[in-house]
Design a protein around this ligand. Sequence first.
Ligand SMILES: Cc1ncc(COP(=O)(O)O)c(C=O)c1O
Length: 405
Amino acid sequence: MTISLIGRGVCESATLKLNETFSILKAKGEPVIHLGGGEPKCKAPFDALTTAAGLLNSGEIRYAPVDGTVEMKQAIIRYTYEYYGRKVSPENVIASSGAKQAIMVAMQAILNPQDEVIFMAPFYVSYPEMIKLCGGIPIPTYAEDGTFYPTIQDVTRNVTSYTKLIIINSPNNPTGAIYSAEFIKEIVEFCEEKGIYLMMDDIYHRLIFDSKKVANPFDFTNKDLENSKLIIINGVSKQYAMTGFRIGWAVANKKLIKVMSNIQGHQTSGPSILLQKAAIGAINGLQSYVESLRITLENNRNVLMQYLKTMDGLKITVPDGTFYSFIDFSAYYKDSAALSKLLLDKVKVLTVPGIEFGAEGHLRISFCGSIKDITEGVERIKWAIDPSSSNELFIGQRKLIRDWK
Ligand SMILES: Cc1ncc(COP(=O)(O)O)c(C=O)c1O
């Protein structure tokens, strides 16, 4: 069997693989706790469900326009005005099957083989693979000071004549870091000066804590969108807990959106008309839904931080947003994949190894599940890795004996 170079070079999504592992273990009746999840557990907004049900009942579920329905585009235009203060036209907007597809078609529209794409590390697992799928070269950018907050110097150090695109994901998956307004201003100005595309992956931008704010890139440019290389990515997956609906979007200059639309038309056609209806319901419906999710997540984060702080040796950076924390376990284990495997095998707790996000020695621990899962999960982790733990742990009726170092 011959497989293409691109096919051979692309790795499986570690996070999606873990979801599969969780489902298999759960089906076997294992007492597994998922602290690796990437989706809130609450139900989709009622407005999303009723709006989609109306169309479903009609039985007329047809192809959608490639770049989104008129109503979907109107919802995105209103959203963009509300959260970014920019009035954009329907031709500036494309709806896709998830933010992932919006990112992918944007890259396919921009990148030539060997073009370099800079993104901040630790990073979303799919960025390097998506870039490789487009023939590009992933350039992760680390903060020199070892924090999760790179500076403009960290970024510019990696810029070459091949740099075509810089991606900013704030708040960030996996660290929950919100980058400062000063950093975003510097990046916007730098990209404008150098003619580099700037993609803001804002998929978590309303899930933020401690009254922090996510900087709006439009605050730092006077450029008309048509002359700008700014691309805004967003979607309903995280803020409305609608991951399975697969609706995301991009806002950019008309020329780029047209090319993205041409590409999407040959890939998947327009995103499902039924699921667009649901997304419209969510965006135009009661927004207290997002606020109550945000409050729940902030509370979950506080509980997780409190529990983690009882473990000596961990290096903890408190997340500013999202539903992920990225914890340095290197005082216990240097090899994050080995640690994650140990936790799954021995105490049935699912975490994501930091190496998948470009940072060894860390684990991504999510707090989008229940408080019970968070507290019990951390108790199990603590028992598994702390050499001074008692010899036994009970998980329900099951007695575990600590027979490892
Ligand atoms: C940073 C980031 N961007 C994009 C996505 C993909 O979003 P969607 O589910 O809408 O495709 C994710 C999902 O985990 C993400 O974490």
